[in-house]
Design a protein around this ligand. Structure first.
Ligand SMILES: [Zn+2]
Length: 428
């Protein structure tokens, strides 16, 4: 949890309060240069992120709140299925990557040289670190299964990185690794993870489809990809309009309009999608590469079946913006909005709004309070751009009726609510 104080009243954290005049960021009127995608344009203009270079962003106060909310949802669901959180190094010696062959076969591996000419890699997936780490504690089949995960920065040496948060050279992700005595136990656990992943996307407000593909970078085993339909996506998928069937178009010998091969009822439609999660069945590759095994029931050495489960947290933030926006700006789903309420004062006297700001804090809401002196029109435009789901407006007109005006970001309807009933109304 991130919590720090500015002055006496501004607190940025999970139950955060911010006065807009005290935020060090500002909304930008102009489109950022070299940003082609909606997510990068809106997130930059609204002051959520700032680009350092292609595919590398700073997360600013509002952006970090959303990133941390997504992270917390992912953490809760990984903990719920027995994942144990750890934090592994990002900087790796080249030797472990050479041992598995990935030093030469993984083209996106970020390689760096020290001043003593030693080679290092920056983590993009961490089987090379986690396999010796976990297997050091596994002696017999009784010590399995195990699942560990981490949430942190990852690196990919991308040639092209022009999709905002959808394709980063540096990105924030969750990677989990599981270790099993045999294939059926991996299959059992994969089903559990699949349900947890679908629950994460549902909590955020996204619908994901699961494609199944053979191959992948590491082995000829099966991999699963979790795809969210969005026009900004880099994958083309075919999905059934009746059942769960979904494939990546590149590998499918099918086309749009074909009858679904799984249910024989639905038709296949083509769509662009963004991969937000993946699962690799790693088989025994890493146990064998490091020659790290366990004793089975007969005392014989066996190698573990391993799984790797990735989920892009910064990418999810970009996908959410691609899915939820209009021409004015972002429309955050409630689960991942930086704060609950956008309180806006345009009344001549700020006293009532100031008091409301304190009351809402006491009542447990997180609030961004626009007490700046810019015009009402500019305040509304900023509010639409930032995209907090609920706007609470205090104006001389509403105060005449002892009321404030409530408006949802995704609706044009406004509602007058008596000030003394505001908290009750918001909690409903
Ligand atoms: Zn079907």
């Amino acid at each position: 949890m991130i919590m720090w104080l500015f002055g006496e009243t501004v607190k940025i954290g999970y139950n955060s309060f911010m006065k807009q005049s005290e935020l060090f960021t500002k909304t930008l009127r102009h489109l950022p240069a070299d940003e082609e995608t909606i997510n990068a344009q809106f997130l930059t203009r609204a002051g959520f992120v700032d680009k350092l270079m292609a595919g590398v962003y700073s997360y600013l106060p509002l952006g970090l709140l959303t990133l941390k909310k997504i992270e917390m949802i992912v953490r809760e669901e990984m903990d719920a299925i027995g994942g144990q959180e750890i934090l592994m190094p990002i900087l790796h010696p080249a030797e472990i990557w050479k041992k598995t062959g990935a030093w030469t076969t993984v083209d996106v591996l970020f390689k760096i040289k020290s001043r003593t000419e030693k080679d290092y890699a920056l983590g993009q997936s961490e089987e090379e670190v986690v396999t010796p780490l976990v297997m050091a504690y596994v002696d017999t089949y009784k010590d399995l299964p195990k699942a560990v995960y981490q949430i942190g920065w990852k690196f990919r040496d991308e040639l092209r990185s022009k999709s905002g948060l959808l394709r980063g050279r540096e990105f924030y992700m969750k990677d989990m690794y599981s270790f099993h005595v045999d294939q059926p136990d991996f299959d059992r656990f994969y089903d559990i993870v699949k349900k947890a992943y679908l629950k994460i996307f549902e909590r955020i407000g996204l619908v994901a489809k699961v494609t199944e593909a053979s191959g992948g970078t590491f082995s000829q085993k099966i991999s699963y990809e979790f795809m969210v339909l969005t026009n900004a996506g880099e994958d083309n998928i075919l999905y059934c309009d009746v059942c769960e069937f979904c494939v990546n178009e590149d590998i499918a010998k099918r086309k749009s309009g074909d009858v679904c091969p799984k249910c024989n009822q639905g038709k296949l439609s083509q769509a662009k999608a963004s991969e937000v999660g993946n699962v690799f069945d790693l088989g025994q590759k890493y146990g064998k590469d490091f020659d790290l095994g366990f004793k089975d029931g007969n005392g014989k050495k066996q190698y573990p079946i391993m799984g790797c489960y990735g989920l892009g947290i910064s990418r999810l933030m970009g996908v959410v913006v691609e899915k939820f926006h209009d021409e004015k700006g972002i429309i955050w789903p409630k689960a991942v909005t930086p704060v609950d309420l956008h309180l806006i004062n345009i009344a001549k006297d700020r006293k009532i709004a100031d008091k409301l700001y304190e009351t809402l804090q006491t009542e447990g809401f997180s609030v961004l309070y626009d007490e700046t002196s810019v015009s009402a029109g500019e305040k509304f435009a900023n509010s639409d751009l930032i995209g907090i789901p609920t706007r609470v407006l205090v104006s001389d007109k509403t105060l005449k009726e002892d009321s404030v005006e409530i408006k949802a970001r995704n609706s044009d309807k406004t509602q007058l609510v008596k000030i003394k009933e505001l908290v009750k109304n918001l909690k409903q």
